[in-house]
Design a binder for this molecule. Structure first.
Ligand code: ZN
Length: 431
């Protein structure tokens, strides 16, 4: 089942031509409207009006999260703010906000691309889709929501959290499709089991999961426990949100919506393209985005691209599961966190930078995040003061990062060291 067969199954030759034409149009538009890129083009001697081969893609400049954060909120927008109908947000380096804008055309295109991903994953317009993603500044909830409506399915905007309520909705609304982060799907499965609910009596039949790294074993467990078929998809707020890439029912990689996003894989050290099919960092160029177009955005995600024809009929390239990150960004409870954000919160709370260590574990199905902070001296009569300090940091981390951290004051010796240095992140989670 295809949502836009004309594009999704386009022959490669026509697709390459379409990509080139769209890239040419994007480059001239960007050069005209975004001074930052115009300056970069000048420095590199690139004439966007004279760009005539996709082979020259690697001559274009990269864009990074720190570029986005440095020019936030609107410095990289290619349209005036009055044409922007929606803003979403995420974090860049050093805890600085990244603001992502959409014109009304961007929203319509986003809805269609998200519908493609839902349909490729086995969802139909007859499905009742429970979106248990966060509906906030993050793009996940709204992205899937609009896609579900676009394809004519029925959407229940449950949003994240409140597991008992999620379970009642699954039962009371006869939900057939669950959309959430994979670890939450497993958590829900356990709760259903604990509550003695007969899974076979539920209407669930498919699930679309993303936002965190997961494995084939996790997929098998979700499918077995919830009695559904589970599909993977790839989304990132900076580029658009859900709708960038999604699995078809062959489950051999996620088809990238190549008519809108131009993918490359580079070696994150040399920044040169890797040999076809080799693993490296995924880089995406947006071809049609109006409000915030991006040239060669470095995602930080490690994957490889497979160009072999797919039996599903889609001709778009497939990206394999993300195997990790090439920067220090962490994904905790489905939310992007940079250790820098935590250090700036600690430094501004304490007045100086303490030694600290982030410890990530799995507690049951869910991520448990702890920050160990070095206590100069643990003095018994300062217990109250220290407790206030801990509460203050906990609150700030939750408010500013959207992740609940446990915070513990410890002696330096109880942290994990590598030589003389405290290891900044100890990730004990297994996926
Ligand atoms: Zn396929």
């Amino acid at each position: 089942m295809y949502f836009e067969q004309k594009y999704e199954c386009m022959n490669r030759e026509d697709l390459e031509q379409l990509k080139l034409e769209r890239l040419q149009a994007a480059l001239t538009r960007i050069s005209r409207n975004v001074p930052y890129y115009r300056k970069k083009f000048d420095e590199l001697g690139i004439d966007p009006y004279d760009f005539d081969s996709l082979e020259d893609l690697n001559k274009l400049p990269f864009t990074t999260r720190s570029d986005l954060a440095l020019h936030a909120p609107y410095g990289l927008f290619a349209v005036p703010l009055r044409e922007v109908v929606r803003l979403h947000g995420t974090y860049g380096l050093k805890g600085k906000s990244i603001v992502v804008g959409y014109t009304i055309n961007d929203i319509h295109r986003w809805s269609r691309l998200s519908a493609r991903v839902l349909m490729a994953g086995g969802v139909t317009k007859d499905d009742v889709i429970q979106v248990a993603y966060n509906y906030g500044l993050s793009t996940s909830g709204f992205g899937i929501h609009y896609g579900a409506e676009e394809m004519g399915a029925t959407v229940v905007p449950a949003s994240s959290g409140n597991t008992n309520r999620q379970i009642s909705i699954i039962q009371d609304y006869n939900v057939t499709t669950l959309v959430c982060i994979p670890s939450y799907a497993l958590y829900l499965a356990d709760r259903l089991e604990d509550m003695g609910i007969n899974i076979n009596a539920l209407s669930l039949r498919t699930g679309l999961f993303g936002e965190e790294t997961w494995t084939e074993e996790t997929r098998a467990e979700i499918q077995e426990k919830l009695k559904i078929t589970a599909a993977d998809n790839y989304a990132l707020s900076e580029v658009m949100g859900p709708g960038v890439a999604g699995e078809c029912l062959e489950r051999k990689g996620m088809h990238i919506n190549e008519d809108h996003f131009l993918p490359e894989v580079i070696d994150p050290k040399t920044l040169q393209p890797v040999e076809s099919g080799q693993a490296g960092e995924l880089v995406l160029t947006t071809l049609t985005k109006e409000a915030l177009p991006l040239i060669r955005f470095r995602t930080g995600d490690l994957t490889r691209l497979v160009y072999d024809p797919c039996p599903c009929g889609r001709t778009f390239v497939r990206m394999q599961r993300i195997t990790g990150r090439c920067d220090d960004m962490l994904i905790i409870q489905g939310i992007n966190v940079f250790p820098d954000q935590i250090s700036s919160i600690l430094a501004s709370t304490e007045g100086k930078m303490p030694n600290y260590q982030i410890v990530l574990e799995r507690e049951g199905r869910l991520d448990k995040a702890t920050v160990l902070v070095e206590a100069d001296v643990l003095i018994p009569d300062k217990v109250k003061e220290q407790q206030r300090f801990i509460e203050n940091i906990k609150q700030r981390l939750a408010m500013e990062l959207g992740v609940f951290f446990d915070v513990r004051l410890v002696e330096l010796g109880s942290m994990l060291f590598e030589g003389e240095r405290v290891v900044p992140v100890v990730d004990k989670r297994t996926f």
